[in-house]
Design a protein around this ligand. Structure first.
Ligand code: ZN
Length: 244
C-alpha cells in the first residue's frame, strides 16, 4: 500500500530535478513555452509527475503557469532583480549582525577556506559552475554562523532569481569582463570577512552594501549587454486549452 505513493513521489522528484537543471543550464530559454505532453514523452513518464514538477517549479519562480495560455520558462525583469537585491541586502545585513554576536575562530577558518577556493582562476564552464557554488556557500555560511534557519531559507528562495538572471547574462569564462568582476568580488568578500573579524557592525554593513550593490550593477550591465527580452507572455486568443 505504501509503495505506490513513494514511487510516484520519486518520479516527481526526478522530473523536477531534470526540468530545473534544464532551466538553470539554459537548455530551455526564458519565455519558452513548455508543453506537458511533450515533456512526458521526452522524459518517458506520465502526465501526473510532470504536472506536479511544474507546479513545484512555479512555486520556486522558475516557470510561470498561465491557466489560459500555457506554461512558460520564467523571465526576470530588471525591476524584479532590483527588488530581489534590496531584500537580499536586508537579509544579509540582519544575518551579519547575528553572525557578529556569534563569531568564533571556527567561523573565521571556514570563511577563509572559502576565500581561498574563490580565488582560483575561472577558465572554463566547469570552473565557473564551481565558483558560483562556492560563492553561494560563502553567503550561506554567514547565515549558518548567524544560526538562523529561517533567514537562510528566505535567502535561498531569493537566490533562484539571481541564478536565472546570471545564466542569462553575457559574461563567459575566460572573458576580461568576468576576470575584472571576479577580482572585484574577491576584494569585497575579503572586506566582509575582515569586518566580521574586527567585530565592527558599521564596517560589515558597509562592506555588505558595497558588495551587493556592485553585484546588482554588474548583473544588470551584463543583462543589458545581452539585450534581454522582457516577458512577452501575451496569451494567444485562440489558445484556450489548459495544458498543465
Ligand atoms: Zn558574494
Amino acid at each position: 500500500m505504501a509503495l505506490a505513493p513513494l514511487r510516484k513521489k520519486r518520479a516527481t522528484d526526478e522530473v523536477y530535478e531534470s526540468l530545473r537543471a534544464a532551466i538553470l543550464t539554459h537548455h530551455f530559454t526564458p519565455g519558452q513555452r513548455l508543453l506537458a505532453d511533450e515533456l512526458c514523452s521526452q522524459l518517458g513518464v506520465s502526465l501526473t509527475p510532470v504536472r506536479h514538477a511544474l507546479q513545484q517549479l512555479a512555486v520556486e519562480g522558475l516557470v510561470e503557469i498561465h491557466p489560459r495560455s500555457g506554461t512558460y520558462v520564467a523571465t526576470v525583469s530588471a525591476e524584479d532583480l532590483a527588488e530581489t537585491f534590496e531584500i537580499r541586502l536586508a537579509l544579509e545585513t540582519l544575518a551579519g549582525r547575528r553572525a557578529l554576536a556569534r563569531w568564533t575562530p571556527d567561523a573565521s577558518t571556514r570563511l577563509h577556506d572559502l576565500l581561498t577556493a574563490l580565488a582560483r582562476p575561472v577558465r572554463n564552464a566547469d570552473a565557473m559552475r564551481q565558483h558560483e557554488e562556492r560563492n553561494l556557500e560563502f553567503h550561506l555560511a554567514l547565515f549558518d554562523i548567524a544560526a538562523s534557519r529561517r533567514l537562510r531559507e528566505l535567502y535561498q528562495s531569493l537566490n533562484t532569481h539571481i541564478q536565472i538572471a546570471r545564466i542569462h547574462s553575457a559574461e563567459g569564462p575566460g572573458t576580461a569582463g568576468l576576470r575584472d568582476r571576479l577580482t572585484q568580488e574577491q576584494k569585497e568578500h575579503e572586506a566582509i570577512v575582515q569586518a566580521l573579524e574586527q567585530g565592527s557592525a558599521a564596517k560589515l554593513e558597509s562592506a555588505l552594501r558595497t558588495h551587493i550593490e556592485r553585484a546588482q550593477a554588474s548583473l544588470l550591465a551584463a543583462l543589458g549587454a545581452r539585450q534581454l527580452q522582457l516577458p512577452a507572455h501575451q496569451p494567444p486568443k485562440h489558445q484556450k486549452r489548459q495544458r498543465v
